[in-house]
Ligand binder design. Sequence first.
Ligand SMILES: NC(=O)c1ccc[n+]([C@@H]2O[C@H](COP(=O)([O-])OP(=O)(O)OC[C@H]3O[C@@H](n4cnc5c(N)ncnc54)[C@H](O)[C@@H]3O)[C@@H](O)[C@H]2O)c1
Length: 368
Amino acid sequence: MNRRHFLLTSSLASHAAFGQSSGDRSGTAMIGVGNRGAYVMQGVLEDPRARVAALCDIKADRLDKAATTAARDNPQTYKDWRPILDRKDIDAVFIATPPHLHAEMAIAALKAGKHVYCEKPIAITAETVRDVVRAAKASNKVFMVGQQLRSFRQITQAIAKIRQGEIGEILALKAQRNGARDLDHNGPSADWYFDVNKSGGYLIEMSVHNLDLCNWAAGMYPVRAAGFGGTMLYKNDPPGRTIMDGYQLTFEYSNGATLSFSQLLYHPSGLPAGAQYVNVYGSKGAVDLMGTKNFYPLEQGAAPRQLAPEQEEPRHAHVTAFYDCVTKGAPNPADIKVGASGALTAILGHEAIRRGKVMAWKELGVDL
Ligand SMILES: NC(=O)c1ccc[n+]([C@@H]2O[C@H](COP(=O)([O-])OP(=O)(O)OC[C@H]3O[C@@H](n4cnc5c(N)ncnc54)[C@H](O)[C@@H]3O)[C@@H](O)[C@H]2O)c1
């Protein structure tokens, strides 16, 4: 039996087993029901193929609030996530805890035979990304990362056009994710966000989405990165802070194309240059991939045109895609390669800045 046949049959076997332990609906556990976990749980509750069977959080107020929201499904609540994995009626686990906890939880869930929806970043170090990759490859269950741009129809269609050569050969990308202020110092995530060993910092925690979009558009991973950054405005604020408040990076792709990426947390909202964008430059013209999806031809006098039409993006399309994978074996729009390459691109940039050198992708030591 070749590997492809084995993967196909084992994956079908896993879909056939769906529902046997939990009636008609996939027993789902939510680990971490803060801001994102509570939002994604709405999508689980709205999906007729799922039921919320377990909730876990170390904060009692969040657990209570989630239990009230999910009362229809009467979920059992937990302060410790581990016993959840022993439950036979749980098919799927959603992980929306702070980033430094994702790898351990995702690996344990995969080993326990659960389908996993893991928030981004899948991990915050190259070593732990590698461990998640190994666990996902060894499992016949679905592993999806919460990089939900991968389920946006307009972006998917625009990128398909780029792949078909509509903008020519990819020459360069320019992207940024600036913001007008720091994350709330007294907000509900302040207990982990400002610690680089828990969040990874803005680059790894937040810009995974933007960097993944760049890689997706380019159809390549970067081969190396260099950059600089630090804490310029919020020095030791909040006290003990170990994350940067601004950095600028250059990545190089395998065909020589470059990506210039920056994130500054002191970009006044009135400043004319937009705070967030992803521009993709091809040999025929450039696309504004995050905004209008307009293509601006290089040819003089040629009018801009939209690469893909605006359309309604269902709020929980990514959760729907997850249950499509679990129940029907549908193609996974954000599989382990998407999760790992997104996280690794951010980690590559972070390490280049931290070590003060041009950092090569190969040095990360992860096979995708
Ligand atoms: N896909 C997206 O667009 C998106 C958006 C926001 C956040 N996120 C991601 O979601 C994750 C959570 O972010 P958030 O904004 O919800 O943060 P949050 O602080 O609001 O929520 C995290 C929750 O995890 C809980 N938690 C911490 N340790 C735990 C443990 N050991 N067991 C169980 N629960 C534990 C916390 O008590 C908290 O309720 C992060 O990885 C973040 O990057 C993704």
